[in-house]
Design a protein around this ligand. Sequence first.
Ligand code: GDP
Ligand code: MG
Length: 746
Amino acid sequence: MKQAFHKSQEHLFALAGNPNCGKTTLFNAITGARQHVGNYPGITVEKKEGFYSLDGRQIRLVDLPGTYSLTAYSLEELVARDFLVHERPEVVINIVDASNLDRNLYLTVQLMELGVPVVVALNMMDVAEGRGLRIHAEELSKRLGVPVVPTVARRGEGKENLLRVAVEMAQSERHWEPLHVSYGPDVDPVLKDMEKIIGEHGFLTDLYPARWTALKYLEEDEQVKAKGRQANATVSEHLEALAAKLTEHLQKTLDSYPEAIIADHRYGFIAALLKDGVVEQRLKGNRMHLSDQIDRVLTNRFFGPIVMVAVLYAVYEFTFTYSELPVQWFEAAFAALGRWAEQAIPEGPLRSLLVSGIIDGVGGVMGFVPLIFFMFLAIAFLEDTGYLARAAYMLDRVFRVFGLHGSSFMAFIISGGIAGGCAVPGVLATRTLRTSRERLATLLTAPFMNCGAKVPVLAMLIAAFFTENRAQMLFLLTLLAWVFALVLAKIIRLTILRGPSSPFLLELPPYRIPTFKGLMIHTWERIFQYIRKAGTVIVAISVLLWALMTYPGLSASEKAAFDVERQAVLETLSEHHKDLLTSEQKTDLPPQVQEAREQLRAIDKREAATALQSSLAGRMGTALEKITRWCGFDWRTNVALVGGFAAKEVIISTLGTAYSLGELDTEENTSLSERLRQDPHWNPLVAFAAMVFIMLYSPCFVTVTCIVKESGSWKWGVFSMVFNTTVAFIVATAVYQAGRLLGLGS
Ligand code: GDP
Ligand code: MG
């Protein structure tokens, strides 16, 4: 309403800036003699108002008191802020001292966080030039997302242009979103929770953006807190409690306070904003902070990428090498538990459920814990030191092309960007990304990478059909995974997650040495979240998959037929030999007994294969043959792919069962390679189509569960299953059909 009124009558602009940035000088240069000096109502802070007309439009200009910040630590800050919030000037002209940019932009960031329309006057350009600084106003404007106009207030230079830009802004229909600065992995989640509470209760939302109110509670802003208590005491107390909890947590982990962390990140945001291409130092400055000196090496165009590759490789090695032993312990423990259950419980569906459904499921969840522990430890270290922000900064340009963010790289690498990772910690690693579209796109495409469970399956197929070029083939598949992940990310960002890339949202916080205790607390918090959030769902799905592959099982008459076969074998043996057959003795058996044992084992395997074929999963696999014919898969491959949803390495054991080879370990899969090579149905073309399909199709359900938890909606979990499988099918079909056209695959 107010805006419409101003539009037709006169414009109200406010001048804001640090003390001594030239505000008064600019105000006088614009308003000349037409000004009025008084006090703000009730207090003795000077209030100057002046008028100016441009192209017949009347402009009322208010000179706000000079402030460094918008937190109510001083009367000036309070006055400036209240004026902005209550009078709602159409445009805030923010005057910054170009010779002291980083410090001055601190206020600019806060104005933008408050969501008011800002035009930046880049004043004292003459002083900056005198100091050998060249400032690229256009680049700064692009990164900030607001107009930036150079001025020299003392000579009146640039003032017309400034006002014209401001009037244009006042008349535009631009919608002002408050700037969203990220405050790091400790503060951001708390801010998010607070924002949610604030939004739900409409708490002070008529005055301030939700995130801004939340920030003020963290910064202990007494005025906002007082207003809050008046508006809704319960909500205010809740927010204060959250703030107090965060204060305690930061004290414990980083030995710091919310205000300090918030200030660090604002300066970090400004540091990134000004880096590379905004300020050019033509004369060598000698005042450099330690952080800047380190940055000269670590983000150097030449050394930066080299250091980064080394760091990434170290993280990868650390995560996957050091976790190997604990992973084995967990596996051994659960295997022992399974064996114990097999002995303690009589054979039947209950035992099968317990061993194959529940123990395997829980084991699956827990098996990831060491991996996640090491990954998060490495990430917490990089994050707490400040390096992660630098790596993201360097990679941002590349990832931006694909609609992603510099911070996406960690998720891709961990997921298997270097073949052999794991998408579960990879998906969890997207937490370092805090803008929603880029984060979702990363979350959805990281599982295309070749994780450590796909690798043995691919290796088995490569061993069977591409014996000559094993290394090249695996390299090709790694490369393909990157191409698909990035291209599909781009497609997703152009369609369902359409929208501009978040404006400049990178920070370069100062380097810090993390404490051991802080790292441990950060790591433990994340692991605990994983176990609590994913655990129950994963066990439930594991049981479901077990049921799919077990039921309805063989009918009594089918079972009887296998029993008859067994009986026939037994009848060839004498009583003494029968006893030997069931004894524990393994070696030195008479040849008849050995042969009978082999025959019985073969019957068991055929029975298992028949049972698998007639299970629900097997029927699905058979029904799907009509479609999967297009990419060359029969029911055996199909059922193995269904099993692969439990965990990709299950593809090997399921194929083994389907080909009547019995249970197969991922390690000893040579017999399967051999079997597939001899099978008339398989050939290099089918194998390649299968490898591409396995690389791209639905992530395993542990990953899907994590996607659901991280995105906050089961829809994205379903989407990733359907979308990835569809893509996999289309690509595998294209490969297979093209290959056949070229006369391959026979
Ligand atoms: P305020 O505290 O923001 O109101 O700053 P003032 O307007 O009082 O200016 C502080 C000092 O900076 C004064 O001595 C001004 O003459 C000087 N000043 C303001 N703008 C410029 C400019 O663009 N260039 C130069 N060289 N000096 C300026
Ligand atoms: Mg002044």
